[in-house]
Design a binder for this molecule. Structure first.
Ligand code: NDP
Ligand code: MG
Length: 330
């Protein structure tokens, strides 16, 4: 796979463009400050004069109200929450968009599932850092970058890829390396990953392990340490050294036990369920469910959150984490 670095990206093609960063949250504050420090023209766009507005000004950035900023801008990067983007697009962006503008995203959901349908006379690109905004900012300040994905949905100018690479360079991403994907691939793999492995899979694995031990009469506090707390140690090892690298670091007993029992826990049945989840991502039925859920103000969503809050592990964990001075207790 081709990896793009600084030498593949020409920052100069953005020098005469105004880049509007809509939203000043996790990604927004990092993109805006990094691009500005890369010598580019940045306007932060917000919808009300609240703490984000003051923070952006304190960070030395020009801030405007959404509509005004879009009118002044050439590149519009949408960094407000995904569920809010379609409304902002309809009310503030579309009426003020000009031919030849560039609409940019950090996640493909709204384009891929047609929640935002852009006119054909603009470029539509994605620059998606594979890390949270604070890391994107911190790495940039340390003269490093966070690996990122770029994608082109619409290439009106014939230069969309050059623009995406230049933007990626502006936020520091080409220092680390940039890979090309499509809106479809980024969106579908992102949803699949968070549903089955990262968020959904991991929480249910922890819960099942914890509840199995507690139901068998073991102390919840001990079960918490074993099934939740130690997860971080193992994930850190996997993150740094891969799966075999993790096994190299644990005891032979843990290695043999894991290698032999793991496939019995996550086996064919789980794989079947993952394929089903993937199908629902690919055919759009998950997206439809999520959009309708939001329109109805999240009845199922709230019930699911409530159910998790009521799990014993959450109450036990809250107490145990008070013993851990290095953790920000909430
Ligand atoms: P945040 O939730 O951090 O963004 C919140 C910001 O959006 C706030 O400044 C908020 O201001 C502002 N905002 C909300 N509504 C509006 C509005 N109507 N007009 C202008 N500003 C508004 O978002 P993220 O940074 O997490 O996500 C942004 C995009 O980046 C998403 O597409 C996401 O999928 C993607 N992404 C996120 C990653 C992450 O780690 N967070 C990683 C990679 C991609 P206020 O409170 O005043 O409304
Ligand atoms: Mg993701």
């Amino acid at each position: 796979m081709k990896v793009y670095y600084d030498g593949d990206a020409n920052l100069d093609i953005l020098k005469d463009k105004k880049i509007v960063i809509l939203g000043y949250g996790s990604q927004g504050h990092a993109h805006a400050q990094n691009l500005k420090e890369s010598g580019l023209n940045v306007i932060v766009a917000l919808h009300e004069k609240n703490e984000f507005w003051h923070q952006a000004e304190a960070d030395g950035l020009e801030v405007m109200e959404n509509k005004e900023a879009v009118r002044a801008g050439d590149i519009i990067m949408l960094l407000v929450p995904d569920t809010i983007q379609p409304g902002v697009y309809k009310n503030d962006i579309l009426p003020n968009l000009q031919k030849g503008n560039i609409l940019a995203f950090a996640h493909g959901f709204n384009i891929h599932y047609n929640q935002i349908v852009p006119p054909s006379t603009i470029d539509v690109i994605m620059i998606a850092p594979k890390g949270p905004g604070h890391l994107v900012r911190r790495q940039y300040q340390q003269k490093q970058g966070v690996p990122s994905l770029i994608a082109i949905y619409q290439d009106y100018s014939g230069q969309a890829k050059e623009f995406a690479l230049a933007y990626a360079r502006g936020i520091g991403a080409t220092r680390a390396g940039v890979l090309q994907t499509s809106f479809k691939e980024e969106t579908e793999t992102d949803l699949f990953g968070e549903q089955t492995v990262l968020c959904g899979g991991v929480t249910e694995l922890i819960l099942s392990g914890f509840n199995t031990l507690v139901e068998a009469g073991y102390q919840p506090e001990i079960a918490y340490f074993e099934c939740l707390h130690e997860m971080k140690l193992i994930v850190d090892l996997i993150y740094e050294n891969g799966l075999s690298g993790m096994y190299y670091s644990v005891s032979d007993t843990a290695e043999y036990g894991g290698l032999s029992r793991g496939p019995q826990i996550i086996g064919e049945e789980s794989k079947k369920a993952m394929k089903e989840a993937l199908k629902r991502v690919q055919d759009g039925s998950f997206a439809t469910e999520w959009i309708l859920e939001n329109q109805a103000n999240g009845p199922k969503f709230n019930a699911l959150r409530q159910k998790l809050d009521n799990e014993k592990i959450e109450k036990v964990g809250k107490e145990l984490r008070k013993m851990m001075s290095w953790i920000n207790n909430k």
